[in-house]
Design a protein around this ligand. Structure first.
Ligand code: MTE
Length: 320
């Protein structure tokens, strides 16, 4: 019997119910013959619309309660501290004149083929975009399910070809205090910085997001390009990246520098280790209704099969 075996991390379509716009887009795609499953788009669709679900219902899969977060919530409840510390602030303040187009990105350091080019040219060089529906779990104990478009970071790693000395990848966000009001304050050492080990960066789940719901990335969600690391707390998924450095030593990420007792380098989602000020055992589902529903938080945010092996020998009882 031929069974279509999906990647473990793919959320079956039956698990993600969507807003009506998205459903009708899918129907449209089907009518064009795109069907479902592993869609990779040609460069003419860069940053554009027309992406359907890349997952199929697998009858052998045990369904969990997990709905796709509507577009309007994903784009109006944000953490983007360069602009605001309110959840509603980034949508307003990141669209007041801040321009994420054109956008140069530089990939450099311990690599054989460094790159410095416009993001759209990079996407073309990578060979187009695909879609990933991922859970996102914030360290503040709330969660969403988001259909990203973009490309796996592993493709970029292949392109730049790291040398044997490269052990970590450091990501740096933009700096523009003229447009990003909170960068005028000195309580955080700007620009926002994040880091991964090279093996985390090369994992099949690690994704460079260039949009969501088949549309270009909204400014407030990290236009035009951001990291998406679904098994780690959301603060690892750095937005609006201008620089990626391959380095030999672990970079100190922004939150770790601010409060090392509360925010570590790994920051893997772990329901068994409380934040010093709150439990991480459950999470509030954004859009879960007036008495917002909670669900149990899963180890590695549910991606243990795919990433657990990266942490053999690491003491996960500590808050990393
Ligand atoms: N990246 C930058 N540059 N600045 C930020 O403030 N916040 C992080 C992360 N990436 C942040 C960032 C945090 S705390 C979270 S939870 C996610 O972005 C939120 O992503 P979202 O607003 O798209 O949901």
């Amino acid at each position: 019997m031929l069974i279509n075996i999906k990647n473990n991390w793919e959320l079956p379509e039956s698990m993600v119910t969507s807003e009506s716009v998205y459903r009708s887009r899918r129907t449209f795609l089907k009518s064009l013959g795109y069907g479902l499953g592993g869609i990779v788009f040609s460069p003419s669709y860069l940053n554009g619309a027309n992406i359907g679900f890349s997952t199929e219902l697998n009858p052998l899969y045990v369904l969990k309660e997990l709905d796709l977060t509507p577009y309007n919530l994903i784009t109006s409840y944000n953490n983007f501290f360069e602009f605001s510390t309110d959840k509603e602030g980034p949508k307003k303040l990141a669209n007041k004149g801040w321009n994420s187009e054109p956008w140069m990105i530089e990939v450099r350091g311990l690599v054989r083929n460094p790159i410095k080019m416009d993001v759209n040219d990079l996407i073309k060089k990578i060979g187009g975009i695909e879609q990933r529906v991922y859970r996102m779990r914030c360290v503040e104990a709330w969660s969403m399910v988001i259909p990203w478009n973009g490309f796996p970071l592993s493709k970029l790693i292949k392109l730049v070809d790291p040398t044997a000395d490269a052990k970590f990848v450091k990501f740096t966000s933009f700096i523009d205090p003229g447009q990003a009001p909170r960068q005028r304050r000195r309580n955080i050492h700007w620009p926002y910085v994040e880091g991964l080990t090279l093996s985390e960066a090369a994992n099949e789940l690690t994704f460079m997001g260039t949009g969501l719901y088949g549309r270009a990335m909204p400014n407030q969600n990290g236009a035009p390009i951001r990291l998406v690391v679904p098994w780690k707390y959301g603060f690892k998924s750095i937005k609006s990246i201008v620089k990626i450095d391959f380095v030999s030593k672990a970079p100190i990420n922004t939150w770790q520098a601010l409060q090392p007792r509360e925010y570590g380098f790994f920051a893997n989602v772990n329901p068994n280790v409380s934040h010093p000020r709150w439990s991480q055992a459950t999470e509030r589902i954004i859009g879960g209704g007036f008495f917002e529903s909670r669900k149990e938080t899963l180890m590695f945010n549910g991606y243990e099969k795919e990433v657990g092996h990266l942490y053999y020998g690491v003491d996960l009882r500590k808050f990393y």
